[in-house]
Design a protein around this ligand. Structure first.
Ligand code: CA
Length: 222
């Protein structure tokens, strides 16, 4: 899951970025409204977190511009002020949720998870494909009841595949949703990570779950 954070206070931005990375999200950060809008338009995000007061362009106008262009990406607004007016303006600008700073990080993460699963039919935080299970809160992954140790990138890749079970997932989709801006799309990093994942998920099990689609990408099949 890839998230854009637009926040001009450097300390706050790095605190949130670190916390999100610990949850295995791929995060891009913009420190002003112009850069934020640019990134939101050129990349594909699963969630955008917008501070309201920003240099050059504020969070409300970024949100309005995205909605005008029919971008329906979930938006979580952050503000330092606890004013009803701001909340109303934010929601009217097209934001999906609103959080006042300072906030408890656990609550922030819970809201992030709610927004990320908005489009899914099943509202659970436990993903299950055949005998493979992934818990989005504890980040535990099990196959046949046996716990598997995944790195942060392996976890993010597996989560993405599980969210698209029985669908072909292209390398472009993976690079857009599992890695952040620093990803080199010409490298063979995706293949390398798919192999790491296969060794952990499928090795030693008679039924293989991860399959390659030649020239296109991969599919996780039940
Ligand atoms: Ca600010």
């Amino acid at each position: 899951m890839r998230i854009l954070l637009v926040e001009d206070e450097k300390k706050m931005a790095s605190f949130i970025q670190r916390g999100l990375k610990e949850q295995h999200y791929a995060v891009d950060v913009a420190y002003d409204g112009e850069q934020g809008l640019f990134l939101a338009e050129v990349n594909t995000y699963d969630l955008i977190i917008l501070d309201v007061m920003l240099p050059i362009k504020n969070g409300l106008s970024i949100c309005q511009e995205l909605r005008k262009k029919n971008q329906d990406v979930p938006v979580l607004m952050l503000t330092a002020r606890d004013e009803v007016d701001d909340k109303v303006l934010g929601l009217d600008a097209g934001a999906d949720d609103y959080l006042t700073k300072p906030f408890a990080f656990e609550e922030f993460l819970a809201r992030v998870r709610v927004l990320l699963r908005r489009k899914r039919k099943e509202k659970t935080t436990k993903l299950k494909v055949a005998d493979l299970e992934l818990d989005q809160i504890s980040h535990k992954v099990q196959r046949c009841g046996k716990e598997l140790n995944l790195t942060s990138t392996e976890y993010a890749l597996l989560e993405y595949l599980m969210l698209h079970v029985n669908q072909v997932v292209t390398r472009t989709m993976i690079s857009e949703h599992v890695w952040n801006e620093n990803f080199d799309s010409f490298s063979n990093v995706i293949n390398v990570y798919i192999n790491y994942l296969r060794n952990k998920i499928d090795e030693g099990f008679p039924k293989k779950l991860i399959h390659s689609i030649r020239g296109t990408g991969y599919i996780l099949k039940e």
